[in-house]
Design a protein around this ligand. Structure first.
Ligand code: PMV
Length: 312
C-alpha cells in the first residue's frame, strides 16, 4: 500500500505579532518555500494499533504509546484519533520539515497541520480545513501557552489572512504583487518565552502596553488597506513603525536589528522582525529588481538563510 502524505507551508507575520494575543488584528502570509511533510505507511504485519513515529530532524524515533502526554506530536495524533472516534491502525509516521525550528516561521503549527492532514487521510476520513485548524490550535497551546491562533490559521488555509483572535479569519487578496525576504538570525527563540515576557510587562504596566497594542492595531489596519490597494510604498513604512513598537515591547534583539538595518540600507521599502522575536527571522518588503542585492546585503550582515516569497 503506498504511503499517504501531506504537507503544510511555513508562515510569516507581516504585522501585528504580540498585540494579536491581546485581541488586536494582525496580518500573516503563508511561506511555501519551506514546508513540513508527513508520510503515513500502513504496517499490516505489525502488532494491532502499533504506531511508530519518526521525526529525524528532532531526533524522535519512538512507539507512540511510550511518548509523554504533553509531547506535541503524540498530542496531535491523540487529538486526531479522538476526532476520528477510534485508534489508528498499525502504521509508521515519518515527520520531516525544512522550516527552521523556533525561528518565527511557524514550524510547530506546520507540523501539526501536516500531521492532522496525513493521519486523517490515512484513516479514510480527511478532515476539512476547519477541523484541522481547530485541532492544530489545541496543539499550539502546548507550544506557547496563550496562542492567538494566527499561526495555525494562516498555515491551514495557505492564504494571506487578516486575523483577530476568536473571529473567523478574513482571506486577503493583495491589489498587486509584493515580494518579501525572510532572513534568519540563526538565534533560536521559543515563542513561549517572549509571549510570557510581554505578558509580565503588560501585567506590570498595562497602560504602556495597551497603548503599544492599540498603535500596532492601527498600523495593521492601515497595512491591510495598503495590501489591498497594492501600495508597497505605503506598506513598507508601516512595517518600520511596527518594528519600533516591537522594540518598545522588548522583543527585538541586536541580531534582529542588524538585519533590519542592513535591509533598509540596501533599499528595502520596510523591514521588521517577524514572529515572537529576540531571534528567528526578520522580513523585508523589497522591489523585485532589488531582491538579489538586498538578499546579498542580508547575507553579508550575517543572515543564516534568506528566503524570498512573492504574494499576489
Ligand atoms: O510562532 P511565532 O514565533 O511566529 O509567534 C506567533 C505570533 C505571536 O503573536 C508572538 C504569538 C501568537 O500566538 O500570536
Amino acid at each position: 500500500m503506498p504511503a499517504v502524505s501531506a504537507s503544510a507551508p511555513g508562515k510569516i507575520i507581516l504585522l501585528g505579532e504580540h498585540a494579536v494575543v491581546y485581541g488586536r488584528p494582525a496580518l500573516a502570509l503563508p511561506l511555501f518555500q519551506v514546508q513540513a511533510r508527513v508520510a503515513v505507511q500502513a504496517q499490516p504485519l505489525a502488532p494491532a494499533g502499533q504506531v511508530i513515529l519518526s521525526a529525524p530532524d528532532i531526533s524522535v524515533q519512538a512507539d507512540l504509546s511510550t511518548l509523554p502526554q504533553d509531547d506535541s506530536l503524540a498530542k496531535t495524533i491523540r487529538l486526531a484519533e479522538a476526532e476520528l472516534g477510534g485508534r489508528l491502525s498499525a502504521c509508521r509516521i515519518k515527520v520531516s520539515s525544512t522550516i527552521p525550528i523556533a525561528s518565527g516561521l511557524g514550524s510547530g503549527a506546520a507540523v501539526s497541520v501536516a500531521l492532522l492532514r496525513a493521519v486523517s487521510a490515512f484513516a479514510g476520513t480527511p478532515f476539512p480545513d476547519e477541523t484541522i485548524n481547530r485541532l492544530a490550535f489545541e496543539v499550539e497551546k502546548l507550544h506557547h501557552g496563550t496562542p492567538s491562533g494566527i499561526d495555525n490559521t494562516v498555515i491551514t488555509f495557505g492564504k494571506p489572512v487578516y486575523f483577530k483572535k476568536g473571529q473567523p479569519p478574513i482571506a486577503e487578496k493583495p491589489g498587486a504583487a509584493f515580494t518579501f525576504l525572510a532572513a534568519g538570525t540563526g538565534v533560536p527563540s521559543p515563542t513561549a518565552v517572549t509571549v510570557g515576557d510581554v505578558r509580565q510587562g503588560w501585567q506590570r504596566d498595562p497602560e504602556y502596553f495597551n497603548a503599544l497594542f492599540d498603535q500596532v492595531g492601527r498600523l495593521v489596519d492601515q497595512a491591510r488597506s495598503a495590501l489591498e490597494s497594492g501600495q508597497a510604498g505605503v506598506l513598507g513604512p508601516l512595517m518600520d513603525q511596527n518594528q519600533a513598537a516591537l522594540e518598545s515591547m522588548g522583543v527585538s534583539s541586536p541580531e534582529l536589528e542588524r538585519l533590519v538595518s542592513a535591509a533598509r540600507q540596501a533599499g528595502a521599502l520596510g523591514a521588521k522582525l517577524s514572529g515572537g522575536g529576540r531571534g528567528g527571522n526578520i522580513i523585508a518588503l523589497v522591489e523585485d529588481a532589488q531582491a538579489a542585492s538586498i538578499s546579498a546585503a542580508l547575507e553579508a550582515a550575517g543572515a543564516v538563510q534568506v528566503l524570498s516569497t512573492r504574494i499576489f
